[in-house]
Design a binder for this molecule. Structure first.
Ligand code: SF4
Length: 453
């Protein structure tokens, strides 16, 4: 099927940046995106933070606009400084940290539950945001304010018959697309691919701006050119080229104060067309294989409201993002059921007054003869968060108690494979501390004599 026919096939469907990103990171995530949607799913703290940073940037320029009734993008450094609504950037950062703490209070962001990567991430992300806005304000004083209406501006455009939806993070006068972020550049379709100079995603955004400007030229409408401060050289370019090399794209890592800059020309289009080509091919085949290389940074790598990972095909052992309560020791409890020859431990996290989530099981069985011989099996839906060590210690204490009551030697063999993907280094240390011996890489053995003398 020709490329044109594929376009026909998909006609009418608007292709978004997020569609392309999820498709090239993991085709299965694209499938989930189209079938599950994302509006109700819990959201990662990283995504919430990026959105918050973007909203606060927009807010500050809106405040300047409301105060002066003038467009901030037309102000010079002194005017911006004079009309800045705070004493200085540090005052802004303190205010913003308070707003962030308020925004994440109740573990929700814009009505969606937040999922965290580590304990204390809420506080750390607040500090990161503070650093980011202080640097960002210096960047603004040096480079001018973005054009107010362009912060996170979504626009639709056709390219060679393909309807595309693009979002510009910021546009500055002169036709500079700026992407300020609280972290480094990872803006390609495939997050593990490409620097800013190679990224087809950057080509995509520059191309979209060029197409929007060209449409204005076709209609003899130069309002946007004036608004964006586009100079005549770009107009000349767009008469003969698809992409004007004078349109700049910059990524600003606001946390580290690192600015990267690039531009594109028509030679970069081939790679982008190749991306569209594989996107349509994959969609035609309805072929959405998983790419486990991206599970760690995937939006579906979060604990859903049912206590399971949102993605059912997530790579085993991927550290899930979880509600903050999962990091609190006192919220983890172990229930014990005992019967003859069996001890069953059930690890639960108390999410709130209504929900006790069962997340770990440790079954121990033993036979009492001349000595006590025990075996065990372990399973946990949230591996590597430290629950393993607690369960092992509790199981050990229960078995030891039986050995003491019976006054018999206890032998307990642990199948270490049960703890795959659970941070085996720490678990090994725990087993050794408790007196287990490492027999081979998959086996630990406890020999406990309650009456050693
Ligand atoms: S969690 Fe992994 S397998 Fe699932 S959609 Fe994301 S990247 Fe793909």
């Amino acid at each position: 099927m020709s490329f044109k026919n594929k376009m026909q096939f998909e006609r009418g469907e608007l292709i978004t940046e997020s569609d392309l990103k999820s498709f090239f990171n993991c085709k299965y995530s694209y499938f989930l995106r189209k079938n599950l949607g994302t509006s109700k799913a819990p959201v990662s703290a990283f995504a919430s933070m990026a959105l918050f940073f973007q909203q606060e940037r927009k807010k500050i320029f809106q405040m300047i606009r409301d105060k002066t009734l003038r467009d901030p993008e037309r102000m010079d450094m002194n005017e911006l400084n004079e009309n800045f609504p705070f004493r200085d950037a540090y005052a802004w950062s303190g205010w913003l940290q308070g707003r962030w703490n308020h925004a994440i209070k109740g573990e929700k962001f814009h009505g969606r539950e937040i999922r965290w990567a580590f304990n204390g991430q809420g506080y750390r992300s607040g500090q990161n945001l503070k650093d980011a806005v202080v640097n960002y304000w210096s960047f603004v004083l040096e480079n001018g304010a973005p054009i107010l209406g362009t912060i996170n501006l979504p626009m639709s455009v056709y390219f060679e018959g393909i309807p595309l939806k693009v979002k510009f993070p910021e546009i500055r006068r002169g036709g500079i697309i700026d992407d300020p972020n609280p972290w480094g550049f990872r803006t390609d379709f495939d997050r593990k691919d490409g620097t800013i100079d190679e990224s087809a995603f950057v080509t995509f955004r520059i191309l979209a701006l060029c197409e929007i400007l060209r449409n204005g030229m076709k209609e003899d409408n130069y309002f946007l050119f004036e608004k964006l401060g586009i100079d005549d050289d770009v107009i000349n370019d767009l008469e003969t080229m698809i992409i004007s090399p004078k349109i700049k794209y910059r990524h600003y890592n606001a946390k580290k104060d690192i600015l990267l800059e690039t531009s594109r020309d028509d030679s970069h289009l081939e790679k982008l067309r190749g991306k569209f080509e594989s996107f349509f091919e994959g969609k035609l085949k309805r072929d959405y294989p998983v790419n486990h290389g991206h599970c760690g940074s995937c939006q579906y790598n979060v604990l859903g409201n049912d206590g399971k990972a949102i993605c059912p095909s997530i790579k085993k052992g991927t550290r899930l993002l979880v509600p903050e309560v999962y990091f609190k020791k006192r919220k983890f409890r172990i229930n014990i059921n005992k019967s003859e020859g069996e001890i069953y431990l059930l690890g639960k996290v108390r999410e709130d007054e209504f929900v006790d989530r069962e997340i770990a099981e440790y079954s121990l069985s033993y036979v009492i003869g001349s000595e006590i011989v025990a075996q065990s099996s372990y399973d946990c839906s949230l591996r590597g968060m430290g629950y393993e060590e607690k369960m092992i210690e509790r199981g050990y204490r229960e078995l030891k108690f039986i050995a003491e009551v019976q006054s018999k030697v206890l032998k307990h063999e642990v199948d270490f494979k049960d703890f795959d993907f659970a941070g085996k280094k720490k678990i090994k240390k725990k087993l050794l501390d408790l007196g287990y011996d490492e027999i081979d890489k998959d086996t630990f053995l406890l020999s406990y004599d309650p009456l050693p003398f």
